[in-house]
Design a protein. Structure first.
Length: 257
């Protein structure tokens, strides 16, 4: 399923689930008060404090982790652009006759790197393009090694090959970042804690009159927070986008013409 569709579906289901749990908690609280007015509230405050504290901690870590990964992805784009630009400039150290083939391989490599992210949100198409990129890496590396072994290729061995190695490493790191997200186990546990917290919140509100605005506020805040976590985890799918940062690579490709 498309990640953004999954995020919207889960957030919508959570919104409804929170409303249901609030109402169940409210009715449970009313029933307990009718059965035992004196003891119905015993210990509820302490349990609410513990559960809401745990919920706040889980939300903070999940949101913070998603934000960190989002920022890391942005930094990696610039790091990759710098690594490719450095290696591109060091082609000047190769023998003049060998520079045009190397530059053409560089252009194809960068085109493939850009195509990986252009294929998204189709993850399978992105994986296929990553395999093509890896093939180009092997071709580019073999060509550079062969050039370095030729007379006058000392500069390639000293400078270009290490730059290529760094360029490939950044590409691998960015490729892996596409599929690195918060564990589904943690997300599932967080959803359960939210629903339990809603149940206790409804029970706590049972001492007075039911307020629909309170229900809607709690459900909206929790479901929106979960959606934003998903959106940050998949910055090429939803409202929070990262494509603008790719411009640095497109600018670099334009300079290679």
């Amino acid at each position: 399923m498309h990640p953004i569709i999954l995020a919207v579906a889960l957030s919508s289901a959570l919104f409804v689930g929170v409303l249901v749990c609030l109402e169940l908690g409210y009715r449970l609280g009313k029933k307990e008060a009718a059965d035992d007015a004196a003891g119905s509230r015993a210990g509820v405050g302490a349990l609410q404090g513990v559960l809401f504290g745990l919920l706040g901690l889980l939300l903070a870590f999940s949101f913070g982790g998603a934000t960190t990964r989002f920022n890391v992805r942005r930094v990696l784009i610039v790091d990759e652009a710098n690594a490719i630009d450095t290696a591109w400039l060091r082609i000047d150290l190769a023998p003049p006759a060998e520079q045009p083939p190397l530059r053409e391989l560089f252009r194809r490599y960068l085109d493939s790197r850009l195509a990986v992210y252009a294929r998204l949100p189709d993850l399978e198409a992105a994986r296929t393009e990553i395999l093509r990129t890896e093939e180009l890496e092997g071709t580019l590396w073999s060509r550079a090694v062969a050039v370095g072994a030729q007379p006058g290729g000392e500069g390639v061995q000293r400078a270009l090959l290490p730059a290529l190695n760094g360029m490939f490493e950044i590409g691998t790191t960015r490729g892996r970042a596409i599929f690195t997200h918060t564990s589904s186990v943690i997300i599932g546990f967080l959803l359960v804690v939210i629903l339990l917290a809603a149940l206790l919140a409804g029970q706590g509100m049972s001492v007075g009159k039911r307020h629909l605005s309170h229900y809607l506020l709690f459900a909206t805040v929790t479901s929106t927070t979960m959606y934003l976590i998903f959106d940050l985890e998949y910055p090429r799918f939803g409202l929070i986008r990262i494509e603008a940062d790719d411009q640095v690579l497109h600018d670099l490709r334009a300079r290679m013409n």
